[in-house]
Design a binder for this molecule. Structure first.
Ligand SMILES: [Zn+2]
Length: 265
């Protein structure tokens, strides 16, 4: 669907600029997109804030993640701990970053469950897909702007803007679906599947207790818990992450299903 919308936008652009110019602009934008993604994936983490965890540092964490990665049939990810009091987790390439804040509010099983969710993202290819989609959004935006400014036909501009808005809404829905998908993997590979539920409850409680306090928001994605300041309909519609309630409800239904399957055996 997202690719279809991109193709429609490229077609509109070619209609506006002429096929050749349209192709040139599209090619330049796509090359820019690829370079940007490559650059962002190559970025190194500053050593002062991120420490790489080896088995000697935390055997329980390292072994736990290694076992889950094995179950997910991926290479054991590199584990980093970020010197950050806000409890967050995210992943990039084949690495998982856990903030120091997580260790303050979660127990070991819960931290491993959070890591399991990030392994889910790695397994699902989200660590490559998300940057592509994030920058792809700008490519769509630039194409829309060019069309709107150059097209003398207001209908063309309108369609172009419409395609862009549809793309954005579809993208958000897609990203939210990926979160549920990562949770599903987490439940399959975590040793204590229910720990993901209690971890989310702890994080939710933490967020609610922090409400109103103006803390800088971590925006690196894919993150387990972007801070969203209120859960009204608007933020749910425009949020890339499902609310904790939604995730907890899904997790409970999946865990219940597993239990029932166990009983049937
Ligand atoms: Zn996530």
């Amino acid at each position: 669907m997202l690719i279809l919308l991109l193709l429609i936008q490229i077609t509109i652009l070619m209609k506006t600029l002429g096929v050749l110019n349209g192709l040139v602009v599209t090619t330049i934008l796509l090359i820019g997109l690829i370079l940007l993604c490559r650059f962002s994936l190559k970025m190194k983490l500053p050593k002062s804030r991120y420490s790489r965890i080896t088995w000697e540092d935390m055997p329980w964490l390292y072994d736990g993640i290694a076992r889950m990665a094995n179950r997910a049939r991926i290479q054991t990810p590199t584990i980093y701990i970020e010197d950050n009091p806000i409890p967050i987790a995210y992943s990039f390439q084949n690495s998982i970053v856990l903030s120091a804040g997580l260790f303050e509010i979660l127990d070991r099983d819960e931290i491993l469950a959070v890591a399991a969710h990030e392994i889910g993202h790695i397994k699902n290819g989200d660590t490559f897909l998300f940057p592509l989609l994030r920058y792809g959004k700008y490519v769509m935006g630039i194409m829309t702007l060019i069309t709107v400014f150059i097209a003398k036909n207001s209908l063309t501009s309108l369609i172009s803007v419409g395609v862009f808005l549809t793309y954005m809404v579809t993208l958000l829905r897609f990203l939210r679906k990926r979160e549920f998908k990562a949770d599903r993997i987490a439940l399959q590979i975590a040793e204590v599947p229910y720990a993901l539920k209690t971890a989310l409850e702890e994080l939710k409680f933490y967020e609610e207790s922090m409400l109103g306090k103006d803390t800088p928001l971590p925006t690196i994605q894919p993150s387990l818990d972007r801070k969203e300041n209120n859960y009204n309909q608007q933020t749910i519609l425009f949020s890339t992450h499902p609310t904790y309630e939604e995730r907890i409800a899904k997790i409970m239904s999946i865990v219940d299903m597993y239990r029932r399957l166990e009983l049937l055996k």
